[in-house]
Design a protein around this ligand. Structure first.
Ligand code: TEU
Ligand code: CA
Length: 512
């Protein structure tokens, strides 16, 4: 297949509720996003991925979808979504949307119909209704089953408001084919597939995780690939959280998904051996498949990198978020800058989660009564959850809502954010925003296509050259390291003294 747009793309993740608010109700929306398209274009990204934008009761930030063919009213209208797609395309920006095939909302027409139709009905066969639950637990805490008034139980791997679909039912397959066509026909360039590995369930095997990566899930993606291939250059990207690379790779076979998120890299500690192993492993997995690797440092589910990299343990584990563990934010910030240059220098596509380019830390002091994440509620408040990386963006000015809109933002912004608004950072050449912008532009010129060749600058330094002649050096040692011979410095994440690269600093060198 030809070189396609996503192979080297920089993809910016928009969490719509928190990006920009166009009508003053404190909730980000399409009007806000459209007004900020020039910002994204200037940043130098190639595509936008939006978290679910469908009508939703917001029991899980929109991952409880009530209608897959419309837009959440607080975000805007379907007509506005179509306008947004057109405007993004006019700027050369592709649009990726989120499709949630594992579960819907308990307020969806199908689920309401299933409740009304009662046990044994065809409507219940679209979900998993049983007379007896098994012992599966919800990923958000508590049991994975909820009982309805007639006595039956339904399965929800996530919140009770998110009933799981029955993927043995052909009607479910048909429904999602129609949904994909609905959006592809409206010009959407790609689909991010939520919780992609857990669609198919095996209740009889006695496995407490009898829903992870069952063989039949691949049939779903083969059929989705056939469908997307009927269109021109449409991307399928899977959310596949898997430590096992061999099983991960199966999702990227030539007749399945084009790409999947590389959470192995995201989870790696700030450690040279671990990062190098993850990079080598990732490339080794992808090259034989001809699939582009993806490089991800953050998203709407994980603690922000500035906070993560400032902690004593810098690795990421979904099952142990380490919320509230102290962090040296200055150190974390320096490392996050270096990590960004590392991720952006690697071959494949790179994802930037909104606010990452501003170097925002995790907001750890959200008042409990304002927390919305079902992880917080379902865990009996044992797990703080993901609200801290979803706080509305600071755009300008000295006080909240910092240009996010005119109303009170749905989650409070820290006062300290007056220093990190887009406006403040635009004026500061050394800011994180200017680092990202410069890197994203250089990346287009220097870093699309080709592999990497490692250079040996010692065990605590990551150094590699790309075919274009760009060399990336990241110093993870405590002491400065001497730079290899080079023609010029294209970009550095921190200040360089002579030829010495300081600790926790990355540089892009021109070496040919
Ligand atoms: O996440 C899937 C998933 O497995 C997460 O539950 C992850 O384990 C969790 O966020 C812990 O960090 C996707 C979405 O990205 C997430 O926002 C949704 O809540 C979830 O699916 C349910 O749709
Ligand atoms: Ca709004």
């Amino acid at each position: 297949m030809s070189e396609t747009w996503w192979r080297g793309a920089a993809i910016y993740q928009v969490y719509l509720r928190s990006f920009a608010d166009g009508n003053g109700d404190g909730i980000g929306d399409l009007a806000g996003l459209r007004s900020r398209l020039p910002y994204l274009s200037d940043l130098g990204i190639g595509a936008i991925w939006l978290n679910p934008w469908y009508p939703s009761p917001m029991a899980d930030g929109g991952y409880d979808v009530a209608d897959y063919r419309d837009i959440e009213p607080s975000f805007g209208t379907l007509a506005e979504a179509e306008q947004f797609i057109e405007e993004a395309h006019a700027l050369g920006i592709r649009v990726i949307i989120d499709v949630v095939p594992n579960h819907s909302s308990d307020q969806s027409a199908w689920f309401q119909e299933a409740l009304a139709a009662g046990p044994g009905s065809a409507a219940r066969e679209r979900f998993w209704f049983k007379d007896e639950p098994n012992d599966w637990k919800s990923i958000f805490g508590g049991p994975a089953w909820t009982q309805v008034p007639d006595g039956q139980w339904y399965l929800h791997l996530f919140a009770p408001e998110q009933p799981d679909f029955n993927w043995t039912n052909p009607e479910v397959h048909q429904e999602f084919h129609d949904v994909l066509r609905f959006w592809f026909d409206r010009g959407v360039d790609g689909i991010r597939i939520d919780s992609a590995a857990v669609l198919v369930k095996d209740f009889d095997g006695g496995d407490p995780e009898g829903y992870t990566d069952l063989a039949e899930v691949h049939d779903v993606y083969r059929s989705w690939r056939r469908l997307s291939d009927e269109y021109d250059e449409r991307l399928l990207i899977g959310e596949v959280w898997f430590p096992d690379q061999e099983r991960f790779a199966r999702y990227l076979r030539p007749d399945e998904l084009h790409t999947a998120f590389n959470f192995d890299f995201l989870g790696s500690p700030w450690d040279p051996a671990a990062l190098r192993a993850s990079i080598e492993q990732t490339i080794a997995t992808h090259v034989p498949l001809g699939a582009p690797a993806t490089w991800v440092l953050s998203n709407h589910d994980v603690v922000r990198p500035v906070t993560r990299y400032g902690r004593a343990n810098t690795s990421w584990d979904n099952g142990n978020r380490r919320d509230g563990v102290p962090s040296d934010l200055e150190l974390g910030y320096r490392r996050a800058r270096a990590a960004a240059l590392l991720a952006m220098a690697l071959p494949g596509s790179v994802y930037v989660y909104q606010g990452e380019e501003l170097g925002l830390p995790e907001v750890e002091d959200i008042p409990d009564e304002l927390r919305e994440d079902p992880m917080w509620h379902r865990s009996g408040h044992a797990v703080v959850g993901r609200d801290g990386c979803r706080v509305p963006l600071p755009w300008s000015g000295d006080e909240t809502p910092f240009g996010f809109g005119t109303g009170n933002p749905w989650l409070p912004q820290p006062e300290a954010w007056k220093k990190v608004t887009v406006e403040a950072q635009q004026a500061d050449l050394g800011s994180m925003l200017n680092l990202y912008r410069t890197a994203l532009h250089l990346r287009r010129e220097w870093l699309e296509g080709g592999g990497i060749t490692w250079l040996d600058l010692g065990p605590e330094v990551l150094a590699f050259t790309r075919e274009s002649g760009l060399t990336c050096v990241v110093n993870l040692a405590a002491d400065p390291v001497r730079l290899p011979p080079h023609e010029s410095v294209l970009l550095a994440s921190g200040s360089i003294e002579g030829d010495e690269l300081p600790s926790d600093t990355a540089v892009w060198l021109r070496t040919t």
